[in-house]
Design a protein around this ligand. Structure first.
Ligand SMILES: Cc1cc2nc3c(=O)[nH]c(=O)nc-3n(C[C@H](O)[C@H](O)[C@H](O)COP(=O)(O)OP(=O)(O)OC[C@H]3O[C@@H](n4cnc5c(N)ncnc54)[C@H](O)[C@@H]3O)c2cc1C
Length: 394
């Protein structure tokens, strides 16, 4: 087996790295801003700028067909994503995932309307799936959509919608048939403008201090019929496809953790405690060696997943495997990092004693959510145990 990339692909990787280093400020530590509003604004401004530059280079949706602004090149697509994630650059936008969905389920008119602005980096997307009490069991969702003459009227609530306060569009899952014999048969999907009359957003502050999520309240929100994505009451198919794509989020987590891990190794090489280098500590050496193995396993799983995706093969099983593994590895990197840094690990970025820019503390807190986002690890393990993997009865 030959896992190497071609010369042309490696040249593209170098071009991407060059682009990232030019685009990011020299003090850049990662995509998550500090908790202050002006820091968030600064990161948002940079994210919009980079997103537009990526669009200008034709690098958004590289795997999409050329007629919709892509380059039909899945390998380049994952090289770009890997580099953006590794360097903590903004640009891995939810819009790309929603573009994949629109390509799979949209009408020709919807593809022509919604895809090119994503490919040009002009619009931001959010996802409206979860509701209070409705997460893993998403087919129990209650947001109601009633069909009227030219539109659907939505009433109810969503929660945990990442970035919707900045988004131009949100792909929202709603109940169109409350009397369907099975609850998954009565769901439809809509592409909604979050600034529509009747929508109220309430920011949720996370334990990291960020406020990246919103609760979303729908009060008689009118959505034009042409914004229905896929067939009415067939939203289950869209959601299954969305979950399959979102579970490749495991790769995002893994490449993000890989950079932290490398910084941690460097820190151990350079840091002395009581005159002894940390790198000589047998417990630290063993922990880092374990992590190095897990990261390498994850990279191989990720390459396989990407390759299968590029061949249009069914990726339910490798996506779930990569998602579970990626979240576990990232959480372990954060835990080992916090143990190595000791009390320094708890300092925030503004302390003069802070180590590694305070990033591990942030990662430790945010990594808790990585086994939930895009479907929980428990649900992924259930899928691996079931018909796509071990064949155990459900
Ligand atoms: C960083 C982050 C970003 C997110 N972004 C979005 C977003 O943009 N849009 C959006 O709509 N949602 C978003 N979410 C919400 C996310 O999709 C849900 O948190 C997730 O689906 C789990 O739902 P829940 O929180 O209601 O937990 P629950 O489903 O209530 O689960 C609670 C616990 O029970 C376990 N559990 C539940 N059912 C089973 C079962 N059948 N077998 C075994 N264990 C089970 C779960 O694994 C979990 O550990 C985000 C979440 C995070 C953390």
């Amino acid at each position: 087996m030959d896992f190497r990339y071609t010369e042309e692909q490696e040249a593209f990787r170098s071009e991407v790295r060059h682009f990232i280093h030019e685009a990011l400020p020299s003090h850049w530590l990662g995509v998550d801003p500090g908790p202050e509003e002006e820091e968030r604004e600064e990161v948002h401004r940079l994210a919009v700028e980079i997103w537009r530059k990526l669009g200008g280079k034709g690098w958004i949706g590289l795997s999409w067909p050329k007629e919709y602004g892509g380059q039909d090149d899945p390998v380049k697509d994952w090289i770009l994503k890997e580099e953006l994630i590794y360097w903590g650059a903004p640009g891995m936008d939810i819009g790309v995932v929603q573009g994949d969905l629109i390509l799979a389920f949209g009408t020709e008119e919807q593809k022509r309307r919604f895809i090119p602005p994503i490919a040009r980096g002009e619009v931001k997307y959010a996802i409206g799936m979860s509701e209070p009490g409705v997460g893993s069991d998403m087919f129990a969702l209650q947001l109601r959509a009633v069909e009227e003459e030219a539109c659907y009227v939505l009433n109810g609530q969503k929660i945990w919608n990442s970035g919707i306060h900045r988004a131009d569009w949100c792909v929202v899952y709603a109940r169109t048939d409350p009397n369907a014999p099975k609850k998954h048969l009565g769901i439809s999907v809509f592409i909604i403008d979050p600034k529509s009359p009747g929508i109220t957003l309430r920011r949720i502050t996370q334990m990291t201090g960020l406020a990246a999520f919103c609760e979303v309240f729908y009060d008689n929100v009118r959505v034009p019929k042409e914004n229905l994505l896929g067939e009415k009451n067939k939203g289950k198919d869209v959601s299954m496809h969305a979950f399959a794509i979102e579970r490749s989020y495991g790769l995002v987590i893994l490449h993000n953790a890989r950079r932290y891990f490398e910084q941690l190794v460097q820190y151990c090489k350079e840091t002395y405690v009581n005159g002894q280098p940390l790198a000589n500590d047998p417990v630290i050496r063993s922990s880092l060696a374990e992590l190095a193995i897990e990261i390498e396993v994850g990279r191989n799983m990720g390459d396989r997943l990407n390759w299968m995706g590029g061949q249009n093969m069914l990726t339910v099983l490798p996506s779930c495997q990569t998602k579970v593994h990626g979240a576990c590895v990232a959480q372990r990197v954060a835990s080992v990092g916090m143990q190595i840094l000791g009390l320094y690990g708890q300092l925030d970025e503004k302390s003069k004693w802070v180590q590694l820019g305070g990033r591990l503390r942030h990662m430790y807190l945010s990594s808790r959510g990585w086994s939930l986002a895009g479907g929980t690890s428990e649900i992924s393990r259930n899928i691996i145990a079931g018909k796509y993997g071990l064949g155990l009865p459900s």
